[in-house]
Design a protein around this ligand. Structure first.
Ligand SMILES: *Cc1c(COP(=O)(O)O)cnc(C)c1O
Length: 384
């Protein structure tokens, strides 16, 4: 029996042709496919500006830098995420802290965020940036978090690495209606892929300009932006310490082609999720819960075992049966690097309790119903 992975990219003949076209063109990087990809995303999500970069981690890093995060500042995020959501704060020299999750949605708990903010205000340690992570593709409750951002004065940076194609209050994730900026990842396991790739979208022109400059060494070639006397037409000016975080035209051509199928991808993921919901309803599992007014992009379909002592056994049995289950996420604060910073087991008990029970099932557009049936029957055997 073939192995069923937990996630897999969907590459069409059109995707392949689009990349081959770039290879035969004048530009492999810094050409016309980059703005075209950015436009395909802003058209879809409704934000005003987009800057595409080499991966989602770089997008988080630059968004934090552009928001002015530096040493002495705090960044808060969810412990139930990939390490990049937190590492971006450390890259800027800031301190990172976490807000525990809501056991129902597995996203940052807004009530916990509120009480932690009140305490931080008393202690004079309010965060400069809060990074809500739209876990598994379900948007956080952004309207409520915006109210807290206005009240306590922090930037709101959405980590929507899982959530392109999803919506909140019937508005696409990435509209930045309630946030200062939103980050996407285009790694192959995510909903849309460019191989490696990432993007920041925002409605704030200053932020977008700063991010674009930082993604290419902090250098400008536009004489209107230069402070110094221009020596000649060859002149460029480095104005800040940026990076080479550029994405290529090869990647963006793939991205444009993929974006044309985003709706299809997310519709299929929603169908598969509903089918899992039905087929798994009678097993001793906690199934995903989606809030009213939210449409998930279903990057992941995570079940929780009611009996946490069985997790390892069930996981191993499924892997042995050729089902590519995975676990998302080991709480970031329990990683050795973060334990060395002072975090410990027990700091964020909801995320830790969830982690002990979690198993991500195969979820990708090309998953067939017969393969999905196989996942369900193997899981039923394993938990019996
Ligand atoms: C994938 C992911 C990232 C990092 O994206 P890369 O493109 O792999 O750098 C950040 N945050 C979350 C939640 C992710 O899932």
């Amino acid at each position: 029996m073939s192995f069923i992975p937990y996630g897999r990219q969907s590459i069409s003949d059109e995707d392949i042709a689009a990349v081959v076209d770039v290879l035969q063109s004048d530009w492999l990087t810094q050409g016309p496919d980059i703005p075209q990809f950015e436009a395909s995303v802003t058209d879809y999500v409704g934000a005003a500006y987009a800057v595409s970069v080499c991966n989602g981690t770089a997008a988080l890093h630059l968004a934090c830098l552009a928001m002015g995060l530096s040493s002495g500042d705090y960044l808060w995020t969810s412990p139930n995420t990939f390490v990049a959501s937190a590492n971006c704060g450390l890259y800027c020299g800031a301190q990172v802290d976490f807000v525990d999750i809501d056991p129902a949605t597995l996203n940052m708990d807004v009530a916990a965020l509120e009480s932690k903010l009140f305490q931080a205000e008393i202690d004079g340690r309010l965060p400069k940036i809060v990074v809500p992570v739209h876990f598994a593709g379900q948007s956080c409750d952004m309207e409520k978090i915006r109210e807290l951002a206005d009240r306590f004065g922090f930037y709101l940076l959405e980590d929507a690495s899982h959530a392109i194609g999803g919506s909140y209050q019937d508005v696409p994730v990435g509209s930045c209606r309630y946030s200062d900026a939103t980050v996407f990842s285009f790694h192959p396991v995510k909903v849309v892929t460019t191989g490696e790739g990432g993007m920041v979208v925002t409605n704030n022109k200053d932020l977008a300009d700063r991010i674009r400059s930082l993604a290419t060494h902090g250098i400008t070639k536009d004489p209107n932006e230069m402070g110094e006397e221009v020596d000649g037409p060859w002149f460029y000016e480095q104005q800040s310490l940026g990076f080479n975080y550029r994405i290529t035209d090869l990647q963006c051509a793939l991205g444009v082609s993929q974006m044309s199928r985003l709706q299809q991808f997310v519709d299929r993921r929603n169908e598969l999720a509903s089918r899992y919901d039905e087929l798994l309803a009678d097993l001793p599992l906690t199934l995903p819960m989606i809030l009213d007014g939210v449409r998930s992009a279903w990057h992941l379909y995570v079940v929780q075992l009611q009996d946490m002592d069985l997790r390892r056994e069930v996981f191993e049995q499924l892997r042995a049966a050729g089902i590519g289950v995975n676990v998302h996420y080991i709480p970031v604060h329990t990683q050795p690097y973060y334990r060395n910073l002072g975090f410990k087991q027990g700091d964020f008990p909801v995320a830790e309790n969830y982690y002990r029970r979690a198993i991500s099932l195969p979820m990708f557009p090309a998953l067939s119903e017969s393969d999905q049936d196989r996942v369900v029957s193997e899981l039923a055997k394993a938990v019996a």
